[in-house]
Design a protein around this ligand. Structure first.
Ligand code: NAD
Ligand code: AKB
Length: 315
């Protein structure tokens, strides 16, 4: 029987991934943890504990007491926030991962999921259809921590046989929990502002293309990777996953199809430079070939669901 620990369950991904894992593995077999309280859905549906993942002793106690077999380690400081507090963010992103990897090694845990990001790429990476293997010179604290993390999870697999699995998520779009301080957050905020005020001031310029993905596709890709036969996985750093690439202007046009009076204006801030250093689109053929990655949502379907769900939520 699997007993799963989710670290960072109160965030944008954790709040939805925890619920999907509980559906599949049973509510009591998924222990949700975060440094801050969980949302009602997670808190009411199964076990939740406050955990600062930098507290290695408490992490160990939970793993031993709950007889954990797998960890999904989602806690991190995202790109925008990490640029504001570089050293603290480096410490949280790296030390948390090392705590999890060491525990997995010592306790022979079955599997570890750790998310990487398109932030591992940098200004010298080819921006269009960025391949799995290419130049990687990230110039943000967050990107450097994700690239280092990829090297570490691969190292623990090669050196100690820890079954580590990772995905380079693009920007994730969802309506259940707000985005956590990244550069791609505009693509979530825009929907709330459209429904609430009929207009949005975007912190990226109109033609800034970035890869994005709707949350249901990201959750499915995560669990599919974790449930894939180990022998099918040709890499243990992190897989490229592409999603849908678009610019703020294209997204605004898609929203206008449902809300003709919606307007967008642009006031780029420090996140523009981060976005400019990231890929515009991603080649995810290795993930497709290894474990059958595929998606359900395109821009039009995603926009329709986002607007419907946010309208329901705000009413
Ligand atoms: P988020 O900021 O919404 O959630 C992260 C959670 O981690 C928060 O609930 C926070 O309270 C928690 N946390 C922070 N420090 C902690 C600590 N010391 N101990 C325990 N919990 C702590 O982030 P997210 O969007 O859900 O991202 C989850 C993971 O996926 C991160 O590793 C992120 O880098 C990665 N990722 C996210 C995206 C995206 O678009 N959301 C894209 C690429 C990669
Ligand atoms: C961010 O913008 O920091 C995240 C990411 C793509 O890693 N959404």
């Amino acid at each position: 029987m699997e007993k799963i620990l989710v670290i960072g369950c109160s965030g944008q991904i954790g709040s939805e991934l925890t619920m999907e894992l509980r559906k599949r593995y049973g509510n009591n077999n998924v222990i949700a943890t975060d440094i801050r309280p969980a949302g009602a859905e997670v808190a009411d549906s199964g076990p939740f504990e406050i955990l600062d993942v930098l507290d290695a002793s408490k992490l160990q106690l939970i793993v031993e007491h709950e007889k954990i077999t797998q960890i999904y380690h989602l806690a991190a400081i995202l790109s925008g926030n990490a640029e504001k507090r570089p050293l603290q963010s480096w410490d949280i992103n790296m030390r948390s991962l090392m705590n999890v990897l060491e525990l997995a090694r010592e306790h022979h845990l079955k599997k570890i999921f750790w998310p990487s990001s398109i932030a591992v790429f940098g200004p010298t990476t080819p921006r269009q259809n960025t391949p799995q293997y290419t130049v990687m010179e990230p110039n943000t604290v967050y990107g450097i921590s994700k690239l280092a993390g990829e090297r570490w999870i691969e190292y623990y697999f090669n050196k100690y046989g820890v079954d580590t699995r990772g995905l380079r998520y693009p920007g994730l779009i969802s309506y259940k929990t707000e985005a956590g301080g990244g550069t791609t957050d505009y693509a979530v905020e825009i929907f709330y502002e459209a429904v609430k005020h009929g207009k949005y001031e975007c912190f990226l310029g109109p033609d800034t293309a970035l890869p994005m993905m709707f949350m249901p596709d990201a959750i499915k890709a995560t669990i599919d990777l974790m449930e894939a036969d180990s022998s099918k996985l040709s890499l243990r750093s992190s897989y490229n996953i592409a999603g849908i690439s678009f610019t703020p202007k294209i997204l605004a046009e898609e929203i206008k199809k449902h809300m003709p009076d919606f307007t967008i204006s642009y006031k780029p801030d420090f996140r523009q430079a981060i976005a400019d250093s990231w890929p515009a689109s991603i080649d995810d053929n290795v993930a497709r070939q290894d474990w059958g990655l595929h998606y359900k949502y395109d821009l039009s379907k995603m926009t329709q669901v986002m607007l419907e769900e946010i309208r329901k939520k705000l009413n």
